[in-house]
Design a protein. Structure first.
Length: 357
């Protein structure tokens, strides 16, 4: 059987257990093209070495213009597009379409590639080649509102924007990051026709409504959603954990939660310590241990904490009462509290203290 002077490839056969290989399928199709056309397509989509080359790079290799490279690629893709009824291409088309349908018709580019070609390399390049010539799917570059995506032809951006804007308005109204379930419950009160799956498939591609590493949803310009510096990252870690932590723990958690700077191998504990000690949102409550001021902690030495407690007391407090109050706001040894008590405050009776005016 001949099409445009090319012999059509045979159907790529797979067993029920064996997934369809995009690389193997494309290899058979490209095998019917002239050698140079085949090599140019492979270079353009990174099928040979995993790196997509530019038109200019390919042109230099073959000593042809960028426009000529573009024409060769367009011709090859046109050949593939003309075979859309071929059984192998039908299988590939159905697989891509079903993946998009499972995501309600829209998905981030890298997410689609991760799902269908998780090993990357040749498989990913081959998948990208097939996507280029299939009529069921459209590629959209990133805009101010959404990330780079693939979508089904009949996907409605008007409906997507309507859903996204309602979710955005809810978050602006609450002014805090919300758990997935809570956001969906609030959304349903305004729009009950959208399923939970559809809502979050839509929001996943949004640029201004995002999910943080802990699974909460909010606006992308909130530090709780996309923390940008060491202090914001440390604040998010402490706020999420809900307990005071040593600065070494904070540094470790910044890295383990995927919040570290991609350009640096790991967060340096001393850098974290130096940043937090200068920020009023953080209170040093023990040897290297930080809490958040929003939890009710105040900056100050053990002596200053004791002074505030005894100043507020309407009567002398026993040593046990003083210890109990100090240890609520400072993680220090009991002996440190007692030494400060005896050095700076008046003992009343056998075992009680008052503020020394």
């Amino acid at each position: 059987m001949v099409h445009n002077n090319y012999i059509l490839p045979k159907t790529v056969k797979t067993s029920a257990e064996e997934p369809l290989s995009f690389g193997a399928a494309l290899e058979q199709f490209l095998g019917r093209l002239p050698a140079r056309s085949r090599d140019i397509v492979m270079a353009r989509f990174g099928i040979d070495d995993g790196r997509s080359k530019t038109l200019e790079e390919i042109g230099r290799i073959y000593q042809i213009t960028r426009e000529r490279v573009r024409q060769v690629i367009a011709s090859a893709l046109g050949f593939l597009a003309g075979l859309h009824e071929h059984p192998t291409l039908l299988k590939i088309s159905e697989r891509i379409q079903s993946t998009l349908e499972e995501k309600n018709g829209i998905i981030k580019t890298d997410k689609l590639l991760d799902i269908l070609a998780p090993k990357g390399g040749k498989e990913r390049g081959a998948l990208l080649t097939f996507i280029e010539c299939l009529p069921i799917i459209k590629h959209e570059k990133a805009t101010e509102e959404y990330e780079e995506i693939y979508r089904l032809n009949d996907f409605s951006f008007a409906e997507w924007k309507k859903v996204k804007d309602v979710a955005k308005a809810i978050l602006e109204e609450t002014n805090q990051a919300l758990e997935e379930e809570e956001l969906f419950v609030r959304f349903q009160k305004k729009n009950s026709t959208i399923s939970k799956q559809e809502l979050f498939d839509f929001l996943t591609v949004s640029k201004d409504v995002c999910q943080n590493v802990f699974g909460k949803w909010g606006l992308s310009n909130w530090s709780d959603i996309k923390p940008r510096g060491t202090r914001e990252k440390a604040h998010l870690v402490l706020k999420t954990k809900g307990v005071p932590l040593h600065f070494r723990q904070i540094a470790s958690l910044i890295d383990s939660y995927g919040l570290k700077n991609s350009k640096k191998p790991e967060s340096h504990p001393q850098t974290v310590h130096n940043e937090l000690i200068k920020d009023k949102r953080f209170v040093l409550i023990g040897r290297g241990i930080y809490a958040l001021s929003e939890w009710g902690y105040k900056k100050g030495t053990v002596k200053e904490v004791l002074e505030e407690i005894l100043r507020k007391a309407t009567q002398p407090l026993s040593r046990e009462e003083v210890l109990a109050q100090v240890l609520k706001v400072r993680q220090v040894k009991k002996s440190t509290v007692i030494i400060n008590l005896n050095a700076f405050f008046s003992r009343v009776g056998k075992n009680a203290y008052s503020f020394k005016k």
